[in-house]
Write a protein that binds this ligand. Structure first.
Ligand code: S3P
Length: 188
C-alpha cells in the first residue's frame, strides 16, 4: 500500500512555505531595512518595511506621529501594520522597527507567520549608523551611546526570545548580511 506520508509532507510543506515570511528584528541601526531590501531582491520576494507602512497609512512621518499622537498611538499603528503583513499570503521579507518586540502580540504574529531573524551589531556600529539619521524620536535628549545602551539593556532579552535565528553582522557588508540571513532561514 502506498504510504500517505508523501502527501502529508507535501501538504505541510505547502502550509509552511505559505507562511514563510522572513522577519528582521533588532535595534535601530542594526541594518534591518538595508538588509531586508537586499535579501528580498536576492530571493525575488516582496519587501515590506513596517515603519514605511505605518507612515503611508498615517500620511505622516514616524517622528510626526510620535510628536502629535504619542508613542502609544505609534505602537498601535505599528501593531496593525505587523498584523496585516503577517496575514499577507505571498512570502515576503519584512523589516520591523526596533521596538516591535515590546508588544507580545507582535512577537506571536511574527513567529506564527514565518522565521524571525535578529540582526546584532555592536553599540559603536549602531551609534555611527543612527547618528546620520535624525528621524528617530526615541533617541532625542540623552547622549546617543547612553540612550542606545539603555534601550539595548531593556530589549536584548525580548529580541533573543522573539528570534528563531541570530545573525552577527559586525564587519559584514549588507550583501554579506543578507547572505547570512538566507543561510539560516529554512524556507527560502
Ligand atoms: C523605534 C525604532 C524605529 C521606529 C521608531 C521607534 C524603536 O525604527 O520604529 O522610531 O522603538 O526602536 P528603526 O529600528 O527602523 O530605526
Amino acid at each position: 500500500m502506498t504510504s500517505p506520508m508523501p502527501f502529508l509532507a507535501t501538504s505541510i510543506g505547502f502550509l509552511l512555505s505559505d507562511m514563510a515570511h522572513i522577519w528582521l528584528i533588532g535595534m535601530m541601526g542594526a541594518g534591518k531595512t538595508a538588509t531586508g531590501a537586499a535579501l528580498a531582491k536576492r530571493l525575488d520576494r516582496p519587501f515590506v518595511d513596517i515603519d514605511d507602512l505605518v507612515e503611508s497609512q498615517a500620511g505622516a512621518s514616524v517622528r510626526t506621529i510620535f510628536e502629535t499622537a504619542g508613542e502609544e498611538a505609534f505602537r498601535s499603528s505599528e501593531h496593525e501594520a505587523v498584523a496585516i503583513s503577517a496575514r499577507t499570503v505571498t512570502p515576503g521579507v519584512i523589516a520591523t522597527g526596533g521596538g516591535v518586540v515590546l508588544d507580545a502580540e507582535n512577537v506571536e504574529e511574527m513567529r506564527r507567520s514565518g522565521e524571525v531573524v535578529l540582526l546584532v551589531a555592536s553599540l559603536g556600529t549602531l551609534s555611527s549608523r543612527v547618528a546620520r539619521a535624525g528621524s528617530r524620536p526615541l533617541l532625542d535628549g540623552a547622549p546617543l551611546d547612553e540612550r542606545l545602551d539603555t534601550l539595548l539593556a531593556e530589549r536584548d532579552e525580548l529580541y533573543r526570545r522573539a528570534a528563531h535565528h541570530v545573525v552577527e553582522t559586525e564587519g559584514l557588508t549588507i550583501e554579506e548580511t543578507a547572505g547570512a540571513v538566507e543561510a539560516v532561514c529554512h524556507n527560502t
